[in-house]
Structures are given as C-alpha cells and as structure tokens.
Ligand binder design. Structure first.
Ligand SMILES: CC(C)(COP(=O)(O)OP(=O)(O)OC[C@H]1O[C@@H](n2cnc3c(N)ncnc32)[C@H](O)[C@@H]1OP(=O)(O)O)[C@@H](O)C(=O)NCCC(=O)NCCS
Length: 198
C-alpha cells in the first residue's frame, strides 16, 4: 500500500523547496485555478487534453473539489504549486493512476505561461517525486510526454527518469493524435544513482 498522509496534515505542513511550496488542492483553490488555466489556455491546450473541457469557473471548482475527494480516498495526490515569496498559484503537479497494490503512480504537471522558463517545474516535480518515494513509499513512478513536447521532456530527463518506449497515438489533443514518450523512475534507481554520485 502507498501511505498517503491526511490532506490536512500536508496542507498545514506543505512540501517545500527553494522557491515553491506544494500543498494539496482544496476547494478554496478553485477560483485561482480557473484564472490560471483561463489566462494560459493557448499555452496549455496544445498538450493537455482536459483544457477545452475546463471552460468555466464552475468546472475549475468541480475539479478542485474532485482533487480533495481523490486525495481523501487515496486515488490521486494533486498539489497546487505556489510561490514561496507571495503564495501566488503557479500551476499544478500531481500523482494520478495510483495503484496501491503495486505502489505505483503517474506524474503530471503544468505551469501557467508566465511562470515557465525559470526551472520552476523541475523544482516542483523533483519535490513531488521526493514526496512520492519518501512519504508515500512509492516503488515506481511513470511519466509520459508527447514526443514533441520538448519543455516537458527536458524536465523528465533532468529528474533522472529512464526512457521505456513510445506509446503510439496515445492522446488526441489539440485536434491531432500525439505519440507519447514513456519514462519511469523506480525507488531503486534513486539509490543506485546516489551510489554512483558518491
Ligand atoms: C512542461 C512545463 C511545465 C515546463 O515548464 P518549465 O520547467 O518552466 O520549462 P522551461 O521553459 O524552463 O523549459 C524546460 C526546459 O525545456 C527547454 N525548452 C523549453 N521550450 C523548448 C522548446 N520549444 N524546444 C526545446 N527545448 C525547450 C528549456 O530550455 C529548458 O531546458 P534547460 O533548462 O535545459 O534550458 C511547461 O512548459 C508547461 O506547463 N507546458 C504546458 C503543459 C504541459 O506540457 N504539461 C506537461 C504534459 S506532459
């Protein structure tokens, strides 16, 4: 089983790194999520198939409420990325497709347009991966990106994920089928990489 701490525990003691904090998405985040998605629509909808369906403040509110329910039921762990400086919501990083039996999950993320280009997603995703292995006791994390989503592929590579293969026409997004490059990281990869570095 994965060990998912209570949402209230992580909200009162969020995951922190240098410039950002990650805290479980809560219904109170709905309005800010809507603003972030709606203002970055063209930037997000090329790669994220859910964006056209997130078409009203009510839809964002329902998403925020579903995130809270999914966390409480152990189905998914999705966190708002906020700037440490002013608590501004910058994006989302999360673990979906949680399978307790196999201690596995899938990493996903997005940043609003103006937050991109500063390495913030590398920082947020690294913190989320650390949370998955160290707190949730995950064994395997999968991550996939469209073969032409170069910014996302760079993030995945920098986090030390290993390439597994291509999933053909894995998603219909932005009016076309996209192939996915599929990667994974195992908890045992981490220990071998740390050993190699020392
Ligand atoms: C993926 C995403 C979160 C990355 O955010 P970020 O870390 O701020 O990304 P950056 O802009 O710093 O780019 C990350 C890397 O990709 C590189 N990159 C960015 N755009 C690129 C492009 N068009 N071609 C090649 N490389 C590119 C950057 O140079 C950087 O590499 P470096 O640090 O080695 O120089 C952000 O682009 C995003 O939200 N995209 C839309 C949603 C999305 O694609 N989510 C992931 C779905 S799998």
């Amino acid at each position: 089983m994965l060990t998912i701490p209570a949402r209230s525990t992580v909200r009162s003691s969020p995951v922190e790194s240098n410039r950002i904090i990650l805290s479980p998405i809560d219904p109170a985040d709905g309005p800010e999520l809507w603003t972030a998605v709606d203002n970055s629509r063209w930037h997000l909808e090329r790669w994220l198939p859910w964006v056209p369906f997130n078409n009203s403040a009510e839809a964002s509110q329902r998403y925020a409420e579903a995130c809270a329910q999914d966390w409480d039921a152990g189905r998914a762990v999705r966190m708002a990325i906020r700037s440490k400086k002013d608590r501004e919501l910058l994006g989302v990083v999360g673990l979906d497709s949680v399978v307790h039996l196999h201690r596995s999950c899938e990493l996903g993320y997005w940043l609003k347009r103006e937050a991109c280009g500063n390495g913030l997603m590398t920082e947020a995703a690294k913190a989320c991966v650390g949370f998955a292995f160290d707190t949730l006791a995950a064994h395997r994390i999968r991550c996939a990106a469209a073969t032409e989503n170069y910014a996302s592929l760079r993030v995945i590579m920098r986090l030390g994920f290993r390439f597994e293969g291509i999933a053909r026409q894995a998603e219909y997004v932005g009016g076309r089928w996209v192939d996915h490059a599929v990667f994974s990281q195992l908890t045992t990869d981490r220990s071998s990489e740390e050993a190699e570095a020392s």
